[in-house]
Design a protein around this ligand. Sequence first.
Ligand SMILES: C[C@@](CO)(OP(=O)(O)O)[C@H](O)COP(=O)(O)OP(=O)(O)OC[C@H]1O[C@@H](n2ccc(N)nc2=O)[C@H](O)[C@@H]1O
Ligand SMILES: Nc1ncnc2c1ncn2[C@@H]1O[C@H](COP(=O)(O)OP(=O)(O)O)[C@@H](O)[C@H]1O
Length: 288
Amino acid sequence: MLIFAPAKINLTLDILGKRPDGYHELWSVMQAITLGDLVEIEPAEEINLRVVGADLPVDSTNIAYKAVLALRAATGKAIGASITIRKKIPLEAGLAGGSADGAAVLFGLNKIYNLNLRKEELSEIGAKISADIPFCLNGGTALVQGIGEKVKKLPPLKKGYFVIYKPPFGISTREAYLRLAGKDLTKAHPDREKILKALAEENLEDLGKFLKNLLEISAWEINPEIYKYKNELLNLKPLGALMSGSGSALFALTENLKKAKEIYYQLTLPGQKFIVRPYAAGPTCLKL
Ligand SMILES: C[C@@](CO)(OP(=O)(O)O)[C@H](O)COP(=O)(O)OP(=O)(O)OC[C@H]1O[C@@H](n2ccc(N)nc2=O)[C@H](O)[C@@H]1O
Ligand SMILES: Nc1ncnc2c1ncn2[C@@H]1O[C@H](COP(=O)(O)OP(=O)(O)O)[C@@H](O)[C@H]1O
């Protein structure tokens, strides 16, 4: 089975506070995008994982491998798989590259082994592996709360283009959250009503105006280049620009492909860049 595993960006990321377990309460609108990994899965006795296009572990520290183990534990079945991941999603980018693969494996094995687990059950299993898997299983446009396990589908965003820029360094998610400690965030919260209204009306101008991500504050501390790169993107006059998740990737929102291409070609910063569109689904079976 060949599965497209879409990445995601955060159109807004608000943090409501730190929980006793050390995780942070989120209020985040997430959007699946047309950039993604290709995950090939075949049933097997054991678990064999291969990664093409990125230097990643292929043992139980890989999120895709963890997904197989989690399904075994949840079902009590001797589930094995031969998995090949063709990485396209940049690493440590805030694009949920690992979670996208984990979600694709849960989605694919559920079908291959006819486990008939509901999406909610897969999400519960996935949330124990990584906070972004519940959203990645749903894809499209969604309001994500809790630590990432509460996913409320929103009408899929059909308009707009995003120019994604990934600087040549990553940001540790853990470090980004830890650095929020002690900061006064009262004035930094996004205007939730305005962002939801802009999405409901597909008003890209307003969407661009109200993009906000509280983790930018810590990412800029970890690597001030991100602040510089965001301003370089803004100087190219998109409808808006923001860092995704815990970074390091940034994205610019444009109303059409022509403007996206202008920004893409004018962007001469080191690193990777992509033009993507909103993607209305989650893991997608391309070939049985
Ligand atoms: C920041 C976000 C926003 O979408 O996405 P990414 O930047 O990873 O794409 C997510 O909250 C990242 O979730 P995820 O990447 O799955 O984090 P995990 O691997 O589960 O956790 C890494 C560490 O981040 C911190 N963490 C994560 C999620 C959360 N709601 N609160 C936290 O404090 C915890 O310290 C955790 O140990
Ligand atoms: N299949 C995978 N794809 C990407 N990263 C993975 C994977 N499995 C484990 N990881 C680890 O997860 C960390 C976070 O990766 P990723 O999910 O791409 O970043 P982010 O959470 O910022 O989007 C990386 O440092 C990487 O070592």
